[in-house]
Design a protein around this ligand. Structure first.
Ligand code: MN
Length: 304
């Protein structure tokens, strides 16, 4: 006798703006679901075409307790951080920044980057025993690619179909970009202990029998052995998952912590110019953290 599959939840992303007036869809945190595995934030930016001289400009801002995970589909973005890294990310690459005990970074569309941007930026909550680790940054230009059923499956994080992403993460999780150029069908094996969710980044796809377009996160629960993906035309699906994150986290502005006191300390340190290092070379102004007196209101993160 088989165990019934978990119910599907369709979660609507919210539209909001990031630096430079770029409209994004924020799928996580969601009012009804704050995490999928350790994934605790998911912004889908674009695809958009900038006006002349436009682009994304997110000025220097701090992070603690998380990793930022950027998957670039179109455009070119320069990452700068307080460790002194300056890294151009181009399509097909992942930038993974481990904030740990604290880091500052800025992200700007590269000058002359063709006026386009299409990207997903995610955050990964660090588990208790890793969340104060030393900050680090890495660009991953080469990620495993699996061709199956008419889909190109890029392994962004974790393992799938025997291939493992080199991206350094600190809890069991998965991130896949599944793209088709036309009619395609695939029954993709899943880790049954993971919970999963899917977000269409382009086109229309059938995921576990649900028709999805950009702007809706489909939560798939735990206990699935496979997932059915199908497209009739070019489409792109982001699949994320992981072991349900067993820790209560507090996500506030650009910080992931456990207590309000930690958030308040990080906020006042940042706004006073203490603790967090500077970023050099970013054309955009330093961001100011909102007043930590609003902590009990649990404001949404403001920057990617
Ligand atoms: Mn950021």
């Amino acid at each position: 006798m088989s165990v019934p599959l978990p119910a599907l939840e369709r979660l609507e992303a919210r539209s909001t703006e990031i630096g430079g007036g770029i409209l994004i869809r924020r799928a996580l945190p969601n009012r009804r679901r704050r995490t999928v595995g350790a994934w605790c934030f998911l912004d889908h930016a674009g695809p958009i075409e900038f006006d002349a001289g436009g682009g994304m400009h997110v000025g220097p801002h701090p992070h603690i307790g998380l990793q930022t995970f950027t998957w670039l589909i179109e455009g070119e973005v320069v990452h700068r951080d307080s460790l002194g890294n300056e890294q151009l990310i181009t399509p097909g690459q992942v930038n993974l920044m481990t904030a740990g005990s604290g880091i500052t970074h800025a992200e700007d569309s590269a000058p002359g980057s063709g006026g386009r941007l299409h990207a997903a930026q995610l955050w990964i909550a660090l588990p208790e025993h890793e969340r104060r680790r030393a900050p680090a940054f890495r660009n991953y230009p080469h990620l495993p690619l699996i061709e199956r059923g008419g889909f190109s499956v890029r392994v962004l994080a974790g393992s799938a179909c025997g291939e493992t992403s080199p991206a350094q993460v600190y809890s069991p999780l998965i991130g896949l970009d599944v793209a088709s150029t036309g009619r395609a069908a695939l029954e993709l094996p899943l880790e049954t202990a993971f919970e999963h969710a899917a977000l269409v980044l382009a086109g229309t796809a059938s995921v576990a029998g649900e028709t999805l377009t950009p702007g809706t996160l489909l939560y798939l629960g735990t206990g699935r052995e496979t997932i059915a993906l199908r497209t009739d035309a070019a489409a792109r699906v982001l699949l994320i998952g992981g072991t349900p994150f067993g820790e209560e986290i507090l996500v506030w502005w650009n910080f992931v912590a456990r207590t309000r006191a930690e958030i308040a300390a990080a906020t006042s340190d940042w706004n006073a110019g203490r603790y967090f290092g500077p970023v050099h070379g970013s054309p955009a102004p330093r961001l100011i953290a909102p007043d930590a007196a609003g902590l009990n209101l649990r404001p949404e993160p403001a920057a990617p």
